[in-house]
Design a protein around this ligand. Structure first.
Ligand SMILES: C[S@@+](CC[C@H](N)C(=O)[O-])C[C@H]1O[C@@H](n2cnc3c(N)ncnc32)[C@H](O)[C@@H]1O
Length: 255
């Protein structure tokens, strides 16, 4: 049966899963950026950039209201900010792990200190399943490598469509499992090499065993698209990046 949401080892329900995910990210926050760049050979930068480029028209509108949810240490947000014009309204960057968000907030502050008019972001501690935002208030929601961790995917998509304006756009960047020979080679890296390197750098076993498991449990593209359609999104599509190791889901909130 397809997973309905993330279930880290030992979590029996949605509340337990959310708590385990939050604690895990708090615990790896000091090493997260280093680990990410080592494990992805910095290809993650390309994926953030490609994602931001896809939304360049909305980003160029200074009045557009934009949320980066599950922003973590803020790399996706920084890529989005590059597409914002001077004087644009700030991007909201939200996460429920204080450890991760604090690092993002430092990054945003350093950018804001560059002076008046520089596009900037505001860090917000918030749960993706219960956003403290008004209905139909956003033009764009982007989330990078966060959605897979939600305790309930359907509830997450419904919450995103609640806060998006009709016609507002959604971008979900996450890992995927490619097929064929590349998929087989990648599976060895992902299930064996990656957890070992993760353990070495981070000194912990759990988080980098959780990563391949969570990607394996995540609905494949055709199921994600069906779920997006059934929760009020239109024009749903999946854009594979780097042989389908990662990919961007795009959608528009129905009118
Ligand atoms: C793998 S990190 C990705 C961070 C960043 N977007 C990036 O691309 O590097 C996933 C982030 O999702 C956050 N997250 C997971 N579930 C969440 C939820 N329900 N609400 C808010 N943040 C959540 C975690 O705290 C973590 O910071």
């Amino acid at each position: 049966m397809t997973a309905t949401g993330s279930r880290p080892a030992g979590a029996h329900d949605e509340a337990g899963a959310a708590q385990a995910v939050r604690q895990m990210f708090d615990s790896i926050a000091p090493r997260y950026d280093l680990l990410n760049h080592v494990l992805s050979a910095s290809v993650d930068r390309l994926w953030w950039w490609q994602t931001a480029r896809r939304f360049k028209t909305i980003l160029a509108n200074p009045d557009a209201q934009i949320l980066d949810i599950c922003c973590g240490t803020g790399h996706m947000t920084m890529a989005l900010l590059k597409g914002r014009p001077r004087g644009a309204s700030p991007i909201l960057a939200a996460d429920f792990s204080r450890g991760m968000l604090a690092r993002g907030a430092e990054r945003f502050e350093a950018r804001r200190a560059r002076g008046q008019g520089t596009p900037y972001a505001i860090a917000l501690e918030a749960d993706a399943l219960h956003l403290p935002l008004r209905d139909a208030s956003l033009d764009l929601i982007v989330t990078a490598f966060g959605f897979r961790n939600l305790a309930n995917y359907e509830a997450g998509l419904r919450e995103f469509n609640r806060v998006l304006k009709p016609g507002g756009q959604l971008g979900i960047l996450d890992f995927s499992e490619p097929g064929g020979l590349i998929g087989k080679a990648y599976a060895v890296y992902f299930h064996r090499v990656l957890p070992a390197i993760g353990r070495l750098i981070c000194g912990k076993d759990g988080p980098y065993r959780y990563l391949p498991t969570s990607v394996g449990n995540f609905p494949p593209p055709h199921e994600m698209i069906a779920l997006m359609q059934s929760t009020g999104s239109t024009e749903c599509a999946w854009h594979p990046y780097t042989f389908g190791i990662a990919g961007l889901y795009t959608a528009v909130r129905g009118l």
